[in-house]
Design a protein around this ligand. Structure first.
Ligand SMILES: C[S@@+](CC[C@H](N)C(=O)[O-])C[C@H]1O[C@@H](n2cnc3c(N)ncnc32)[C@H](O)[C@@H]1O
Ligand SMILES: [Zn+2]
Length: 296
């Protein structure tokens, strides 16, 4: 098959969500040899939900808009750079991010390795619209030339069988998102890497205290290690710890994109943010760990 501008990037790595076989593309329709077919959404993402998926878990339009603005401001660029750096590998395959959101981290990883294509999976259609449009570093000239981009956005539930072929991923990114270790192990190439970003307990500490946000569970790093430790070996860990200065608008976006957005009363939050100083110094604290499959 020739790859025209309309061909979905990373197509060879995708699998039918019903039977797991390879997908082919004709126009805007993807189909497998068993005759299951899926039409690309007009916003550009591929709807590949497995039977029984829970597609209601995704971020809302407001959360996604807040995430797009906040991540676009650049204050998390060091986190993206660390994830991108840890995802570099010689293994063959694509870069996959379950729970990719707006695709900022995936795009950073693709920008760091111009030879790769990527697949972002999410249950939020609002996030996938952004992800499907996201340029990946060197894509601006591609867009001008009308050639294809390097990133496929896919509607899929991270807790179900992923619509990805066995061993197809050179790298899997897991950034503030659901983590299905069995499925990650299945899709990861034996030489591939799993890159996990987890917030540390003092992440956004100043705002957690001032605004009564959900805090990071102190047992989380241990839980992550326990969950992954039977299948993967930690190869490298980067600790990131730096201050950012945020005004009230940025703080509202940061809160709006996170898990607390669903728990807080908007009026109480607005009042608490109004009472903050004009500029608040906030701690960013996260760990980026690179894991490899045991025995690889
Ligand atoms: C906190 S956001 C992180 C997004 C992105 N990784 C980032 O850091 O910018 C979590 C993402 O997981 C998605 N999500 C939630 N449940 C999901 C599921 N079951 N399967 C796939 N994505 C899911 C949400 O829609 C959201 O985009
Ligand atoms: Zn099928």
């Amino acid at each position: 098959m020739t790859h025209g501008p309309e061909t979905l990037p990373a197509l060879a790595a995708l699998a039918c969500p019903n039977c797991g076989q390879a997908l082919d593309q004709a126009g805007r329709r993807l189909s497998c040899p068993a005759g299951h077919s899926f039409d690309l959404a007009k916003q550009g993402y591929a709807p590949l939900l497995a039977p029984g998926s829970n597609a209601t878990t995704g971020d809302t339009a407001d959360q996604v808009a807040a995430r797009e603005d906040f991540l676009g401001s650049g204050v998390y660029d060091p986190l993206m750079a660390a994830v991108a750096n840890a995802s570099l590998t010689d293994a063959p395959g694509v870069i996959v991010e379950p729970g990719c959101g707006t695709g900022h981290y995936l795009a950073a990883a693709l920008a760091a390795d111009a030879s790769r294509e990527g697949i972002g999976l999410d249950t939020s259609k609002y996030a996938l619209r952004r992800c499907a449009r996201r340029l990946t570093g060197d894509d601006e000239p591609r867009r001008a030339a009308g050639t294809r981009w390097r990133l496929a956005a896919v509607l899929a539930d991270a807790w179900r069988t992923l619509p990805i072929r066995d061993d197809a991923a050179a790298a899997v990114l897991n950034v503030f998102a659901p983590r299905n270790a069995d499925e990650i192990a299945r899709i990861l190439h034996p030489g591939g890497v799993l890159v996990v970003l987890t917030p540390r307990q003092d992440h956004l500490r100043e705002l957690v205290d001032a605004l009564d946000l959900l805090s990071v569970d102190p047992a989380k790093p241990q839980r992550t290690a326990d969950q992954l430790g039977s299948m993967f070996e930690a190869e490298r860990t980067d600790e990131l710890h730096y201050p950012i200065g945020l005004g009230r608008t940025e703080i509202l976006k940061l809160v709006g994109m996170g898990p607390s957005a669903r728990h807080l009363d908007p009026a109480a939050l607005a009042a608490a943010v109004a009472a903050l100083p004009d500029k608040v110094e906030v701690t960013v604290a996260a760990t980026v760990t690179r894991w490899r499959g045991k025995g690889s």
